[in-house]
Design a protein around this ligand. Structure first.
Ligand code: ZN
Length: 427
């Protein structure tokens, strides 16, 4: 399974590639592509998917019989990286560097002294408008060199990285090089005009499995995305509509037209309901009997710094699904939703562990509570324990992807009836 995960990560250097690649995998499994700008006619028994901005994706399957609600698992498909700016080539001295800025809260040091590549989307002119082409240089195309220890003797004493100075990737020794032309060639559009682009510097290093661990780029959150996709494709039909959500822009706060704070999920559920002949009241009744599992990786206890973990809430890699708690509800998990998830994991024979930030350390945020502001659902936040979150090369447990996939497979097959007080019937 981890080999397949590494292949998925390699095929998804950016959210655009993640949406396109996931769409291809869904189509291979018989799913039908829908367009938000088109009319939908849905048939029971069929599976569908829809993308927004080409970088977020929702997939769902209509059961043969009347459904009670939506069983939704969501992950994010963006990761911290460097965004290449419009006028990309910085020519000075003997070098050409790339003009970049940080996308998300990256661990800067991990991005230095390693081969990096460039991927994203470019917009080209067509006869009557514009079209998107995905591009991935694949091969090493840039590198951010450290300053030698001899020139900065304090480099090991808490380095401050200035994104406008220290994080600019070296691109070429040829001052006459044409970055745009290389992108156009890689996108297969030689001779056509690139009108605009969204390009990112990413880590192309393949994932590796070693001892009981996996190390790879973008495990946060493609490990959860892949587990959710696997579960979604394998799940047996139940009395609910299973929904898979991959959201872009979690690393920059989700507040975009395609992020978890957008109307994408709410709009899609409304359209499914209306295609199935549900009126507004009936749609809301189905929403009340729905559940969202927000899947985003969690912090494993660090081997060199166990003091950063809360003593009683320090997840281990290979310890199974992590339920994430936060009193301020930045994680949506509460007693009602945790109890439901525990039943699911028990049936799937998947171990459960708990995470909470040390009470004196602010934690990160994720997409569950943000999504809930648009479509309010019973929800829990889960993840898989990992080290070095937001490093260019992260580490997680080799058994955990399978654990989450198994738990979500059971989840997707369930029918839920919520009681007013947070209790439920789950069958
Ligand atoms: Zn994440």
């Amino acid at each position: 399974m981890n080999k397949a995960l590494f292949d998925y990560i390699a095929a998804c250097p950016t959210p655009y590639h993640a949406a396109a690649h996931t769409g291809r995998l869904l189509e291979q499994a018989g799913y039908i592509r829908l367009s938000e700008g088109g009319r939908w006619q849905l048939e029971t028994g069929n599976g569908y998917y829809v993308t927004r901005n080409g970088s977020s994706l929702l997939a769902f399957r209509l059961p043969e019989r009347e459904f009670s609600g939506y069983m939704i698992a969501a992950a994010h498909c963006d990761s911290p990286c460097l965004k290449i700016r419009e006028n990309a080539a910085l020519r000075d001295g003997a070098y050409v560097r790339l003009s970049t800025e940080k996308y998300g809260g990256m661990l800067c040091a991990s991005w230095l002294d390693r081969p990096l590549s460039v991927a994203g989307r470019v917009m080209v002119r067509t006869a009557d408008g514009t079209a998107v082409r995905l591009v991935d240089l694949g091969d090493p195309a840039a590198l951010i060199p450290s300053v030698a220890i001899h020139m900065n003797r304090k480099a090991n004493d808490g380095m401050a990285y200035n994104p406008a100075v220290d994080m600019l990737p070296l691109y070429s020794a040829d001052r006459a090089c044409d970055f745009r032309a290389r992108i156009a060639e890689a996108a297969g559009i030689s001779g056509q005009e690139i009108l605009a682009s969204d390009l990112f510097v990413y880590n192309p290093q393949p994932g590796v499995q070693w001892d009981a661990f996996i190390s790879a780029p973008r495990l946060d959150d493609l490990q959860c995305a892949f587990a959710a996709l696997t579960a979604f494709l394998q799940a047996q039909p139940g009395g609910s509509v299973p929904v898979l959500c991959l959201f872009d822009n979690e690393e920059v706060g989700s507040q975009t037209k395609q992020g978890a704070a957008s109307t994408f999920l709410a709009d899609t559920l409304v359209r499914i309901g209306s295609c199935c002949g549900l009126d507004g009241a009936e749609h809301r009744r189905r929403i009340a009997n729905s559940f969202l599992v927000s899947c985003d990786n969690a912090h494993a206890v660090h081997p060199n710094h166990p003091e950063y973990a809360d003593k009683n809430h320090a997840p281990q890699m290979n310890g199974g699904v992590v339920l994430k708690y936060n009193a301020a509800q930045r994680y949506t998990t509460d007693a009602a939703s945790a109890a439901l998830l525990r039943l699911i994991c028990r049936e799937a024979q998947v171990p459960v562990q708990e995470y909470a930030n040390r009470a004196d350390l602010p934690g990160g945020s994720t997409l569950g509570n943000i999504s809930n502001t648009q479509v309010s659902l019973n929800a829990a936040d889960v993840g898989l324990a990992q080290l070095a979150m937001h490093s260019a090369f992260e580490t997680a447990g080799s058994a955990d992807t399978q654990y989450l996939a198994r738990a979500l497979e059971v989840f997707y097959g369930k029918t839920l009836q919520m009681n007013d007080d947070g209790g439920c019937r789950l069958f």
